[in-house]
Every structure is written in C-alpha cells, then in structure tokens.
Design a protein around this ligand. Structure first.
Ligand code: BES
Ligand code: MN
Ligand code: ZN
Length: 496
C-alpha cells in the first residue's frame, strides 16, 4: 500500500473514496461539514433520513456525491464528540479501513486525522491511520488455494492534514509504515501452522531478515552448542520433539560501537501441546501461537531496520516445540539451568519459563542496557487482563513506566502487575532450587518471579502477551502485538 499526504479539501479531491467522521447524534466533523456545504447539504439530508446517527462502529457509503469529485464518500461513526478519545479514534480508523477495503475503491483520502483527539498529536493520529490501514489489508490466506475475498483492499491511502502539519504527517507515514511492516511480519509468522513454522523455520526467517540489512547480523545456535553452554533447562523442553531446538541471536547495530544494547528475548515455542502434562484438546490448535513472542522480536527488528533506529538492539529467540514422547521430560524431573540453579519440573506445560531462563542468562554476556522478554507465558494472564492489555512485570519501576507509556502512545497497552518478594515462596521445591510452577494463585506473577531469578544482573521487564498476541473465535488470527509497543519504546529511548 502506498501513502501520501494532502491539504486538499474533501469535495475537491479526486479519489475512489473520501473518508469523513460523523459524531453522535448526526453531528458532522468539520471536514464533513465542509463536504456537506459543497454538496448542497447532502450529508445532513441523509443523516436526517435516519441512515446513520454517528454512533461508534457505524459506517455508511454514498456513491457519486453531486458537487464533489470523488466516486464514493464513506461516513464513519465516531460516537459522542465529548467522549471521543484515542481508543475511539483507533476504533474509527479500523472500522473505516475495513469498510473502504470492502467498497471496491482502489484508493481513498482520509479526513480522520484532522479530527480533534484529546492528547493526540498529528504524528500519532497519522501513524494510527497508516498502521490501521495496513492492518485491515492483512489477510491470513497465504495457504488457501482459492482466496476468499475477490475485492482488493485499497492500494493507496492519502491522509488529509492542515498545511502546518505536513512535516509531522510525512514523518508519521514513514514510521507508521515501518511499524506496520513489522506488525505484518509478526502476524504472518504467528498465523503459520506448527508443521511449517518450526524452530528451523524461525531460524530461516531470522536469517532472511538479516539479509535485508547490513546492520543486522544473525547467528543460530544448535543443540550441541547449547549443551556446551549448559542450557539444560531449555534443552529439557526440546527432548520430546523431533524438531531440533535453536537459539537465534540477531544483532542490530544502529547505535555507536560499544554502546550497551537493548535486548528483546522472545518465547519461540512453535507448538505447545503441554508435553507429558498434556493440554486438553479444545482449541489446542491455538498453541501454534506460542511463538508470538519470538515473532514480535523479529517484527520489531524489522521496524528498527526500516526506521534506522540509532540504537544497538539484540534479539534473542529460544525456540523449540513442546511435545510428549518417550524421551520427553516428565513431571518430577530435575534439570540444571545455565545459571547453575536447579529446577524441578512439576508441570511440563510450564515450558516457556524453562526456555526463557537460559536465554535470559545468556543475555548477561551482552552487558545489556535493558532486557525485555516477550512471551505467551500464562493462561492466568488471559484471565486477569483479557485481550486488552499485556501483563507487565519488572525489576525496575522506571523501565516499567517507560514501557507503559510506550504502550499508551502506540495504542498497544500493557498493565503493570507486582513482582513482590512475597510471591517467591510459591516456587519452593523440596528437591531443587525451585519448582517450575507456583500453584493456582497469581499464576502470571509466579511465572515472572521464576524469570526474576535469572535476571538479577540487569534491568529487566517481562511482557506476558498470552491474551493479546492473537484472537480466537471467528476472527482467529495473530495481532502482531506488541510490536508497536516495543518499537515505540525504542523510538522513545533513541530520542532521549
Ligand atoms: N503457552 C502457555 C500459556 C498460554 C495458555 C497462553 C493459554 C495462552 C493461552 C504456557 O506454556 C502454559 O501452558 N502455561 C501454563 C502454566 C501452568 C502449567 C503453570 C498455563 O498457563 O496453564
Ligand atoms: Mn505450556
Ligand atoms: Zn507455552
């Protein structure tokens, strides 16, 4: 999709579709009012007729408006004007993108970025528009022999802004598209099935990304090398699988040589059956998404490359399947992690922390500025926060605040949960340094407490993305979250 900006008025622009906001009830946004005047009160008439009242989620397409130069006009409901906020804006943008893609128009001009949104800059509004348009154009049909939808999404989106906002808007187009491409990569990888997207496939995808930029160096460790480093915990998860585990390292050198890197560690379980502690069958297919943390690391690095972010960023991806087998780990097995700490595996389904702990210890050698791990780690996080916010836990409150702020700015939110010492006792084992599960209570926190035992040497945050990385049901599919949050976080760090 191509993007550009314009300062042209809505009735004067030649396009397949002009997109205008309407507030509840039947209140025209200023661009819509301008269009209405030029078309002899056409919009007011139609709203009065009861076709639309402007409540959020509504869309209405009108064809060949007399007095305007466009083929169509798409009205988008924005809800009550005095309640319109960044979330409402994001929703309006998505609704509009879906409706315009279904309309058959091949290009569109959106006047949504000129809507007033409290606490949103023009840069943020335009970026949301670009990210929303790309997101709506994504279809997970790579493996369908016949495509579902014969209607093509729009190929060009022009964003209307005021003249004084041109420069910020242009910057937002570039950044928005870079982030959208990162999100798209994360979604594509997430949606691939476990029989295709194996640990080796992720390694291949990482190498491919490496070939796209001479600033990105990719290396892939095999099981023998991990064995040498003493990664007994990571390797224990791979025991039941015929697919070899990998540890992928991606080094993006955008900053000065020797500058401490920001490290992103992504859980890459390409299928999580639970192992010997096998999961129930219902919706088990969705455990192909258990590598979405890894996918978000690749997506974020892709965005970093496109945006030429002036930081050093390292991606670390421990990746394996978790399957039952005669050779698989059993409940009660005790393994030794790279840190030397021993772990009693009371539940083989708590495998994410077992691969992450060794990857986190491995981070020490990079002398990181910050380490952030991203993982579809606990079902408990889905219960606590649903699909709206990622769980955020950290050993550094400033870092946590920075991540929360990045999530707000990017419209990809997280919520801070406590990592108090009080929870640590739930991980007690009679036979090893710790157990890999902490019981029913506070499952998201005890999982993070487990990881905290491997991150004492650096500033670290953990994003539990179990609830946000994909959608189930009719809209089943990867979301690409939290690529926007992570990229925003890095952007903010490079500015300060
Ligand atoms: N990948 C799952 C977490 C998960 C479950 C994410 C459902 C999204 C939806 C993880 O490996 C897991 O199985 N966690 C267990 C931990 C438990 C055994 C302590 C869980 O959450 O049930
Ligand atoms: Mn599991
Ligand atoms: Zn898992």
């Amino acid at each position: 999709m191509k993007f550009n900006v314009t300062t042209e008025t809505p009735a004067n622009i030649k396009t397949g579709c002009v997109i205008l906001g309407v507030y509840e009830r039947r209140i025209l946004s200023s661009a819509a009012a301008q269009f209405d005047q030029a078309t002899d009160g056409m919009l007011k008439k139609i709203l009065k007729n009861g076709d639309m009242d402007g409540s959020s989620g509504q869309t209405l397409i009108l064809h060949h408006p007399a007095g305007a130069k466009c083929d169509r006009v798409l009205l988008v409901g924005c809800g009550k004007a005095d309640k319109f906020n960044s979330r409402g804006y994001q929703q309006a943008v998505l609704c509009a993108a879906q409706a315009v893609n279904a309309s058959g128009a091949s290009d569109a001009v959106s006047y949504l970025a000129v809507l007033e949104v409290p606490e949103r800059t023009i840069y943020q509004k335009v970026r949301t528009l670009v990210e929303g348009a790309c997101s709506a154009a994504y279809t997970p049909d790579a493996l369908k022999s016949k495509k579902d939808n014969p209607v093509q999404p729009i190929r060009r989106l022009t964003v209307a802004v005021d003249a004084q906002d041109m420069a910020s808007a242009r910057k937002a187009l570039v950044d928005g598209e870079a982030i959208a491409r990162g999100v798209e990569l994360a979604r594509t990888l997430g949606d691939l099935p476990g029989n295709i997207c194996t640990p080796s496939y992720l390694a291949k995808a990482a190498r491919e990304l490496g070939r796209s930029s001479d600033k990105l160096k990719v290396s892939v460790m095999d099981e023998a090398s991990m064995e040498k480093l003493g990664m007994g915990s990571l390797l224990s998860v791979a025991r039941g699988s015929r697919q070899p585990a990998k540890l992928i390292t991606l080094k993006y050198n955008g900053g000065k040589t020797g500058e401490k890197p920001f490290i992103l560690v992504g859980k890459g379980v390409t299928f999580d059956s639970g192992g010997i502690s096998i999961k129930p069958g219902a919706a088990m297919d969705e455990m192909k998404y258990d590598m979405c943390g890894a996918a978000s690391v690749l997506g974020t690095l892709k965005a970093c490359i496109a945006m030429k972010i002036p930081l050093n960023v390292v991606g670390i991806i421990p990746t394996t399947e978790n399957l039952p087998d005669g050779n698989a780990s059993k409940p009660g097995d005790i393994v030794t992690s790279m840190s030397g700490q021993t772990i009693e595996i009371l539940n083989t389904d708590a495998e994410g922390r077992l691969i992450l702990c060794d990857a986190l210890t491995y981070c020490e050698r990079f002398k990181p500025a910050v380490v952030i791990d991203i993982a579809t780690l606990t079902g408990a996080c889905v219960i606590a926060l649903g699909s709206h916010a990622a769980g955020l836990l950290s050993n550094d409150d400033k870092l946590a605040d920075e991540l929360l702020e990045a999530g707000e700015a990017a419209g990809d939110r997280a919520w801070h949960l406590p990592l108090w010492e009080d929870y640590q006792q739930q991980l007690k084992s009679n036979f090893a340094d710790m157990a890999n599960i902490g019981g029913r209570e506070a499952g998201t926190i005890t999982a993070a407490c487990f990881l905290a035992r491997f991150t004492e040497k650096f500033r670290w945050a953990h994003l539990d993305i179990a609830g946000v990385a994909w959608k189930g049901g009719d809209e089943k599919g990867a979301t690409g979250r939290p690529v926007s949050l992570l990229t925003q976080f890095l952007l903010d760090r490079s500015a300060s």
